[in-house]
Design a protein around this ligand. Structure first.
Ligand code: R5P
Length: 304
């Protein structure tokens, strides 16, 4: 097997290669003065199973174009198979038409990847469990929840009695139920969130359960989400939970998209700790003191 990396998440690709006791195979990339790029496979790949690791954030359009070219170059160079590891699948929130006249961007991405010859896709914590149905090729949908569960057991040994899992919106209920099962059925609640589709503002926020049922013993809320983009969902959830009397709030999210001012929103919010994964490489300027990064490399390696 030969492992290649796109330019968006080299540190994760290197961790995977190290886990596999191998090195990343070289790729030559040249960017022309007009911004177009040329990708060239240097090693012989004829008859090899190959793997390409590429996250699609930040700069989803550039990252996808690069991925399309790498898959095409590998196929044309005779690779037996190409598995694309796309830990964060950009455009996944545009998986159907929300308002008339819109494109279904995710379908366009999937069709392109399939047509350039990708044989299998490995990805993590998709926004909707229906997304795999859009693929014609096999897709391995992995999750960081077991990594989160291990961390929770390690740092909050009394989690079964002193903590409650919280989904910041009703769409995350399935995720929170799975994590609750992994953690011996620890209690969970969900926030009901309404977001204005045009402005992105969170319009209303309430808790679906009577928190008083938990409050006596519970001193900590563990919020779990698939991704943090602007950070506004987490900030709003923490404010609501504090109003309800839960002082300590921590968050676990798989994909640190960290758009716009997310770094400052999270650092200045009342959330005490933010755990994310290396599904997306976070640039130095977006790192902040409350942040801790957990690696998904071993989960990927187990599935190659
Ligand atoms: C929404 O349904 C997702 O699960 C996340 O909660 C959302 O994408 C986070 O976005 P933001 O950080 O911009 O509030």
């Amino acid at each position: 097997m030969k492992v290649f990396s796109g330019s968006s998440n080299k540190p994760l690709a290197e961790r995977v290669a190290k886990d596999l006791d191998t090195r990343l195979s070289p790729l030559e990339t040249f960017i022309f003065p007009d911004g177009e790029r040329r990708i060239q496979v240097v090693d012989k790949v004829v008859g090899y199973d190959t793997v390409v690791i590429q996250s699609t954030s930040p700069n989803p359009d550039t990252a996808y174009m690069e991925l399309f070219f790498i898959v095409d170059a590998l196929k044309r160079s005779g690779a037996k198979s190409v598995t694309a590891v796309v830990p964060y699948l950009g455009y996944q929130r545009q998986d159907h038409v929300f308002r008339g006249g819109e494109a279904v961007s995710l379908e366009v991405i999937i069709e392109t990847l399939e047509s350039v010859g990708m044989n299998r896709l490995i990805t993590f914590d998709l926004h909707s469990i229906k997304i795999p149905e859009l693929f014609k090729i096999p897709i391995v949908h992995l999750s960081a929840l077991s990594i989160f569960a291990e961390k929770i057991k390690e740092i909050y040994p009394n989690y079964k009695t002193d903590s409650v899992l919280v989904s910041p919106d009703m769409g995350g209920i399935r995720r929170i139920k799975i994590l609750s099962e992994i953690l011996s059925n620890m209690p969970y609640i969900s926030i009901v969130k309404d977001r204005d589709l045009v402005t992105g503002n969170i319009e209303s926020n309430k808790i679906d359960t009577n928190l008083q049922d938990f409050k006596k013993e519970v001193k900590r809320a563990i919020i779990v989400d698939d991704m943090i983009s602007t950070g506004r969902t987490i900030d709003a959830a923490v404010n609501l939970l504090r109003k309800q009397g839960i002082e300590e709030n921590v968050v676990f999210a798989t994909h640190p998209v960290f758009s716009n001012d997310a770094r400052n929103i999270l650092q200045n919010s009342k959330v005490s700790k933010v755990f994310v994964t290396d599904a997306i490489d976070i640039p130095k300027e977006k790192i902040f003191p409350k942040l801790e990064i957990l690696s998904i490399a071993t989960e990927i390696t187990k599935n190659l």
